[in-house]
Design a protein around this ligand. Structure first.
Ligand SMILES: *Cc1c(COP(=O)(O)O)cnc(C)c1O
Length: 359
């Protein structure tokens, strides 16, 4: 009896859910136990000791809805005005806000960060994934075709790109921005720009009114805070701000982010060490027979092996968690740069597992 009741409810819910949402699978962010966590592009270096900050927080009061102090610090860092900054509960939330504000179609290269497609689908907007070329660069001809036929409202370009690690050619990015003036908003997702040797796009904001830059604190040691930013013209910020939930960034995140961002020297030191380790890891991985490592401008390395499932599992068995990208790029795995010690253990276990899977 109770089972029948339950089933009929379930049937009705299916009919009630929006088709886009129904077609989705929940994002897999489950925690896999491991000794060494190199799967989520986090920094191996965290920050601690915020007793004074915590003491100043009034738990009975709402957070500053405008995150004034934090936006001021970010504005100064990037030489823009606070009016050019919008704070998000992670840049994930800002992707949501952008699509809610402008709608679709939403164009993005493939493979790239999965949230562009997931959020567009959840909001019932059309997605236009465009395959990258053989060098993981933008396929400008295919993109221009889509621009002509589909007139996308939003174009998301993650550069450096996740999971491939490379920056897209800046000539191609500029061509896309110029071609779409007055027609589309181009968002450059600079989540990994702190690790890149190539120039970022913030200086171009004055030249192109359809350009938006997205940044996050997640990859430089503050993933726990869920804090990201849009940097754009006041006109764009004003529109997106209308869909922002009033208290989207909690007091703890605002205050702790302000504290950590003051430690510029330490932040810089950590980023430098991650970049050095990335370059060392790339060289060492490239020496292993049966491993093709792809050059990276980010805090992770994508690499190809003969049997990615087996290598992934054997590393996990040894306590090293990386990301299996096989469903996105054939036989590819993605490893986040850790501490020197973590990277050495990863290298050793990778060598072992390659030997084992080859025999
Ligand atoms: C990790 C990542 C983000 C998400 O950042 P949050 O600020 O943690 O939401 C955005 N874009 C890309 C390309 C990423 O890899």
């Amino acid at each position: 009896m109770s089972e029948i009741w339950y089933n009929s409810i379930a049937m009705n819910i299916k009919k009630l859910v929006k088709p886009g949402v129904y077609s989705l699978k929940a994002y897999q962010a489950k925690e896999i136990p491991c000794k060494i966590k190199l799967d989520a592009n986090e920094s191996p270096y965290g920050f601690r000791d915020f007793y004074n900050v915590l003491r100043s927080i009034k738990t009975n009061r709402y957070p500053d809805p405008e995150a004034k102090n934090l936006r001021k610090i970010i504005a100064k860092e990037f030489s823009v005005k606070p009016e050019n900054i919008l704070q998000g509960n992670g840049s994930d939330e800002l992707i949501y806000y952008l699509i809610a504000t402008f709608g679709g179609p939403v164009l993005f290269p493939e493979p790239t960060f999965s949230m562009y497609g997931i959020i567009a689908t959840a909001l019932d907007e059309k997605t236009l994934p465009v395959a990258l070329d053989g060098t993981f660069d933008l396929d400008i001809e295919k993109i221009f075709n889509h621009l002509k036929k589909e007139n996308p409202k939003l174009i998301f370009l993650s550069s450096p790109n996740n999971p491939t690690g490379n920056c897209f050619s800046s000539e191609k990015i500029l061509k896309i921005i110029e071609k779409t003036t007055q027609k589309s908003i181009v968002i450059i997702d600079e989540a990994y720009q702190p690790f890149s040797s190539k120039k970022g796009y913030i200086p171009l904001l004055n030249d192109y009114e359809n350009l938006v830059i997205m940044r996050t604190l997640s990859k430089i040691g503050m993933a726990a805070l869920r804090t990201g930013f849009l940097i754009a013209s006041e006109e764009i910020i004003e529109q997106v701000n209308k869909v922002r939930l009033p208290f989207n960034l909690n007091s703890f995140s605002q205050k702790i982010a302000c504290e950590i961002l003051k430690k510029k020297e330490l932040l810089g030191k950590y980023i430098k060490s991650i970049c050095n380790e990335r370059d060392r890891l790339f060289k060492e991985m490239s020496k292993i027979k049966g491993v093709i490592a792809y050059p990276s401008e980010a805090n992770f390395i994508l690499f190809k092996v003969e049997n990615s499932e087996m290598v992934y599992k054997s590393l996990l068995k040894a306590g090293v968690l990386i990301r299996n990208m096989n469903s996105v790029v054939n036989d590819c795995l993605r490893v986040t740069i850790g501490t020197i010690k973590e990277n050495n253990i990863f290298l050793e276990e990778l060598r072992k597992s390659i030997l084992n899977t080859r025999n």
